[in-house]
Design a protein around this ligand. Structure first.
Ligand code: PHE
Length: 452
């Protein structure tokens, strides 16, 4: 497959796939999902979903990609099942939707990095004004999309892999540094307890549905990102063990992010956790004043570090989101990678305009947003997020069903046996065979109907 590009080795693939997985979902969203969903009770359900339901989807996506060396749509055609390429088409659509608003939030994080570096902690208090000032946020969103497009245009090993090899280790060091520091603060343990003590009473269909959606979103599953990355994986690597590494990586970073954040929050509230704000508000509205309370010097260093970390995590994810449509255009329409990247990134940026300008900055987009029933641009983005999550779950359901009943588990197993000594007689094989035919289709189908 000369010209399509490949990851140079196993580590390159793992870092790129983990880079896709680790993102705003882990650092911005996960901690508050945990908090709202009953602490450790939610974490437990989440872990079960990741390892029992998501894991089979991940190995299947990688196997389909690697078998065919094709993008999310072309892969199904190459296997001879053209009708099933609807999975890839829906994936491209989901990717465009997610990237359109994800890039806007990534732009906020990037903008906050500069604000913190200058010691401007008051942005948190004026978060509402900040996000409606598209003159500023628009520039950051544009810069962020350009970074993303730059990395993607460089191709697989010189762009995506190289970016991940620089950004992922830096991200781990930053997160561990911030975590170590936050645990030394007064009231840190109050924060940790608040985060992790299980409240089984808060588990209900809604929080369980939240855990399921979060697991698919966080592991970048159900939309062909992993099919696409799998198509660049060398023919000798063990797919099962690579998937285990990526899953641990993603889950580990999400757990650490919560451990880092809640002590900071507990410190700033003096240990009173009765009134904390979740979601977008916590990171962008409350965290700046936490950094302020650490003093202008240290606070601005740690604040800048935190938002840089968030930007880095977001960048390896935006790259993977853009790569899905780009690889499709490159493979199927024979357009050069730089050109395909520029066109796709431009389209996604336009799709993101309501999220960017709908907060009162532009009358047209603001009325568009209220017209379709959202209160403001932030709730509009929530709505898009929810819609995309449903597409990922549906995509995941269709992918395992395809592997279990159409492509057949023998073909899947043949791909999974590569580089895995003893796979033929392993329990993993038995589990995966059962999972793609019965467990995942049944549970994903059931939960989809029940919770979304
Ligand atoms: N997994 C990323 C995150 O948690 C988001 C993402 C979803 C990236 C789907 C690619 C595909 O932030």
């Amino acid at each position: 497959m000369a010209g399509r590009g490949n990851f140079s080795n196993r580590l390159g693939f793992i870092l790129a796939a983990a880079g896709s997985a680790v993102g705003l979902g882990n650092i911005w969203k996960f901690p508050f999902e945990v908090e709202a969903g009953g602490g450790a009770a939610f974490v437990l359900i989440y872990l079960i979903f990741c390892f029992v339901l998501c894991f089979p989807v991940m190995v299947t996506e990688i196997a389909i990609g690697r078998k065919t060396n094709k993008n999310a749509v072309g892969a199904f055609n190459a296997l001879g099942y053209d009708k099933w390429n609807i999975i890839g088409k829906m994936g491209i659509l989901a990717g465009v939707v997610i990237l359109s608003f994800y890039n806007v939030v990534a732009g906020w994080a990037f903008g906050y990095f500069f604000e913190m570096a200058q010691g401007n902690f008051s942005v948190g208090k004026t978060f509402g004004t900040y996000v409606s000032d598209a003159g500023t946020t628009g520039v950051y969103a544009l810069i962020f999309m350009s970074f993303t497009a730059y990395v993607v245009s460089k191709g697989v090993s010189a762009g995506i892999e190289k970016g991940a090899k620089i950004l992922m280790p830096t991200l781990i060091i930053m997160i561990l540094g911030l975590l170590a520091y936050s645990l030394t603060l007064p009231n840190a343990m109050t924060g940790v307890k608040y985060y992790l003590i299980p409240e089984f009473s808060e588990l209900n269909l809604k929080t369980i549905g939240g855990a399921l959606r979060q697991s698919f979103f966080s592991l970048s599953l159900g939309m062909g990102t992993i099919i696409t990355y799998g198509s660049y994986l060398s023919k000798k690597e063990n797919i099962v063990s690579a998937s285990v590494s990526v899953t641990f990586f993603d889950v580990g970073i999400a757990l650490l992010a919560g451990l880092m954040l809640f002590p900071l929050v507990a410190y700033s509230t003096g240990g009173d956790m009765s009134n904390i704000q979740g979601g977008a508000g916590l990171i962008f509205a409350a965290l700046p004043s936490v950094f302020e309370s650490l003093g202008s010097g240290l606070g601005s260093i740690l604040g800048a570090l935190f938002f840089l970390l968030l930007s880095f995590a977001a960048l390896t994810s935006t790259v993977s989101l853009l790569e899905v449509p780009v690889s499709y255009v490159v493979d199927e329409h024979k357009i050069s990678r730089p050109k395909a990247t520029a066109i796709t990134a431009g389209i996604v940026f336009l799709v993101g305009l309501p999220s960017l300008l709908g907060n009162g900055y532009s009358d047209t987009f603001t009325s568009f947003i209220t017209y379709i029933g959202a209160e403001n641009a932030v709730t509009f983005m929530d709505f898009l997020g929810h819609l995309a999550d449903c597409m990922l779950l549906l995509g995941g359901f269709l992918i395992v069903t395809f592997a279990g009943y159409v492509w057949k588990k023998e073909n899947l197993n043949e791909e999974l046996a590569i580089g895995y000594e003893g796979y033929e007689n392993s329990k993993v094989k038995v589990f995966l065979g059962f999972a793609v035919r019965y467990l995942c289709p049944a549970l994903l189908g059931l939960l989809f109907v029940l919770v979304v």
